[in-house]
Design a protein around this ligand. Sequence first.
Ligand SMILES: Nc1ncnc2c1ncn2[C@@H]1O[C@H](COP(=O)(O)OP(=O)(O)OP(=O)(O)O)[C@@H](O)[C@H]1O
Ligand SMILES: [Mg+2]
Length: 182
Amino acid sequence: MKELSLNILDIAKNSVKAGATEISILLREDDETLSIEIRDNGCGMKPDFLASVTDPFTTTRTTRKVGMGIPLFKMESEMTGGVFHIESTHEEDDPVHHGTVIGASFMKKHLDFIPLGDVISSVTVLIQGDDQIRWIFRHTFPDKEVALDTEELKAVLGDVPLSTPEVISWIGDYLREQYAGE
Ligand SMILES: Nc1ncnc2c1ncn2[C@@H]1O[C@H](COP(=O)(O)OP(=O)(O)OP(=O)(O)O)[C@@H](O)[C@H]1O
Ligand SMILES: [Mg+2]
């Protein structure tokens, strides 16, 4: 993909499909490394399925035989000398603490590093698409942190849905201001 923010969109959409009620998008970045982690409390995956999920020929989709989201994310990380990890617990194996964690690191100075791109758009598109989910976004730099938790927003908004265009554009501005601030 052209931007890692599109991979984030894709990986987080898997979490939505898995029925998650809480999804965290956690970024940590310094001069050398960008780490991306997506955590959800969705249905999770069985161990044997999990073992094969980084293989592009594994997918539960019937419309297309090849699921590419996870294999691509892994490959794009490893191309830069980064490390990919995935952990998952299926709801049948643990009815309380189920869900999935997918993470990858990227070496920013490597020639094959793909820029993060417009992560604010990915976040606002995801929130607009599923405003019942609790979305947690955090982008940590050595000297600052950009953060959003839709649960905190909901407390302020009352009955106004998060997916209201005005609220979505406010969220975009709110994140942009944090990125711009010192
Ligand atoms: N967070 C998750 N929770 C539960 N199952 C997941 C999760 N992420 C992926 N999966 C399972 O792994 C499969 C492979 O995911 P992947 O993103 O690689 O491909 P896909 O979503 O099937 O297709 P594509 O992303 O290419 O449209 C999914 O079809 C789904 O069954
Ligand atoms: Mg997918």
